[in-house]
Design a protein around this ligand. Structure first.
Ligand code: NI
Ligand code: MN
Length: 224
């Protein structure tokens, strides 16, 4: 399993000749190296409707003939704009050809330029024998310990940018609730308002037994 950070909250996950992308904010994202027209994936997962997550999802889905996998109302929005979609909702899981996806809660909003598109979510993705938790945009919540109990998380992808989501201090506690093997910070430094030092996050988890990996846009980690 190979996990590549594409800046902000965007990740590509590859395993066994399958590739998916989550929250493809690649246009107008100063940290993104990847161009939307270069993306080759079999599914596009989107946590919520905000432009810094939905990004180029509809164009990528259409070009790749790949479904948008997201909460029900957001999938409808994408279908109305010509994409294919697979409707899901919080708590539900489904086995796709590339792996298993489950939607988790996220405490945040979900709107597009036309209005609300249901609830935001996070994702548990199981691919290539690894379990990845992408928290989406959210504040900390105590049910993260339940998510950690239900899933043996290898990689937790957590926002640390503050202002719109958890900041560094809360994300350190969130990591301890989730108990992943590795945590990777996201949703910071894209804009001035979410500027953070990821080193502070790393230092805060020193001695916790959780490894912190800080990735730059375009960098990858591979499961051992
Ligand atoms: Ni958002
Ligand atoms: Mn966001």
């Amino acid at each position: 399993m190979k996990l590549t950070y594409e800046g902000h909250s965007c990740f590509q996950i590859e395993a066994d000749d399958h590739r998916i992308i989550i929250d493809p904010f690649l246009e107008g994202n100063p940290l993104a190296v990847l161009k939307p027209n270069k993306v080759e994936v079999e599914a596009v997962l989107v946590t919520h409707g905000h432009a810094d997550h939905l990004g180029s999802a509809i164009d990528i889905a259409k070009k790749n003939d790949a479904p948008i996998i997201a909460p029900f109302e957001l999938v409808n929005y994408c279908i109305e704009r010509g994409a294919n979609g697979h409707h899901m909702h919080i708590g539900g899981a489904f086995n796709f050809p590339f792996g298993r996806v489950k939607l988790t809660i996220a405490h945040h909003g979900s709107t597009t330029e036309t209005g609300a598109v249901g609830n935001p979510c996070g994702f548990i993705v199981e691919m290539g024998g690894q379990t990845i938790y992408h928290a989406g945009d959210t504040g900390i919540f105590s049910d993260m310990s339940l998510i950690g109990e239900l899933h043996d998380i290898d990689y937790a992808l957590l926002p640390i940018g503050d202002n719109f989501t958890m900041g560094v201090a809360d994300a350190i506690v969130a990591a301890k609730l989730l108990k992943p093997r590795v945590v990777i910070p996201m949703h910071y430094n894209t804009f001035e308002i979410i500027k953070q030092d990821p080193k502070e996050f790393k230092d805060g988890l020193e001695g916790s037994g959780i490894e912190v990996i800080i990735l730059e846009g375009g960098e990858s980690v591979e499961a051992p």
